[in-house]
Design a protein around this ligand. Structure first.
Ligand code: B12
Length: 210
């Protein structure tokens, strides 16, 4: 990661909101790709989530970090759209049934659409029938499921099963991500990949749709 991107990541983690937009400008001026700038911000956001988990940050800090993302995105978005014309394929994305966490999913959505994917974002707490419907209606090649609650992992298996029953499982690849996901869980649930952050999500879906 370049010097400006390191600084941007640090400003996100330290909630130095005034520094974010100028650092985004600077990184772009120095020739960093918009999608890498967004990647640095996403990684910073994940750092904030980790500090919250350790008890070092409070909920208000997460809200501040969200504001920081908005400030950075205001500078970045016009540039990102220019790169988003690739038509890399359609991804149906959501947070699974029973789970309402959406910060990470939203970052994944932003990264994917900025990288040239069509993203059909179904939101949070989404039952498997709606996912099947969206895959069919949009001719999606891939599904991304965000899962943060251990108590809701069964929802992943429900999606896999529903796609099988609908005769669509062979046409779509499925990736999972979020706090409670592991390689072992991915294997157990019969999905195709697990992504640890929004940058890895882009790599995975490029592999799926390429
Ligand atoms: C913020 C937060 C909340 C917020 C959510 C706000 C929102 N709009 O999302 C609020 C306060 C509402 C909340 C509620 C709850 N929460 Co909560 N929450 C968190 C916290 C601290 C951070 C999550 C976050 O946003 N991180 C920052 C983002 C950027 O990171 P991320 O989500 O990991 O996403 C990245 C990657 O995982 C990946 N990714 C994510 N999704 C996907 C999908 C794909 C396809 C791919 C490839 C990649 C990918 O890319 C993302 C971007 O880099 C986590 C702690 C943690 N370690 O995750 C607990 C955590 C997830 N919550 C937890 C719990 C228990 C709850 C509650 C049940 C609490 C309660 N008793 O009410 C409720 C659940 C309500 C529900 N039904 O869903 C537990 C879950 C424990 C478990 N293993 O089951 C955690 C782990 C905290 C803990 N250690 O106890 N929570």
């Amino acid at each position: 990661m370049g010097e400006q991107l390191e600084a941007l990541n640090k400003a996100m983690v330290e909630l130095d909101l005034d520094a974010i937009a100028p650092l985004v400008e600077k990184a772009l001026e120095e020739g960093e790709a918009p999608v890498d700038v967004l990647g640095a911000m996403c990684q910073g956001m994940s750092g904030v989530g980790a500090l919250f988990e350790k008890g070092e940050y409070y909920l208000a800090d997460l809200v501040l970090a969200g504001e920081g993302m908005k400030e950075g995105l205001a500078v970045l978005e016009p540039r990102l759209e220019a790169g988003a014309l690739g038509g890399k394929g359609t991804v149906v994305l959501c947070t699974v049934k029973g789970d309402i966490h959406d910060i990470g999913k939203n970052l994944v959505a932003t990264m994917l659409s900025s990288s040239g994917f069509e993203v059909v974002d179904l939101g949070v707490d989404v039952p498997e029938a709606r996912i099947v419907e969206a895959v069919r209606a949009n001719g999606a090649k891939a599904v991304g499921l965000s899962v943060l609650l251990t108590s809701m992992v069964q929802s992943i298996a429900d999606v896999v099963k529903a796609l099988e029953v609908a005769g669509l499982r062979d046409q779509v690849k499925i990736a999972i991500g979020g706090a409670c996901t592991t390689d072992a869980l991915a294997e157990k649930m019969g999905v195709d990949a697990i992504g640890r952050d929004a940058v890895e999500a882009v790599r995975i879906f490029e592999g799926f749709c390429g």
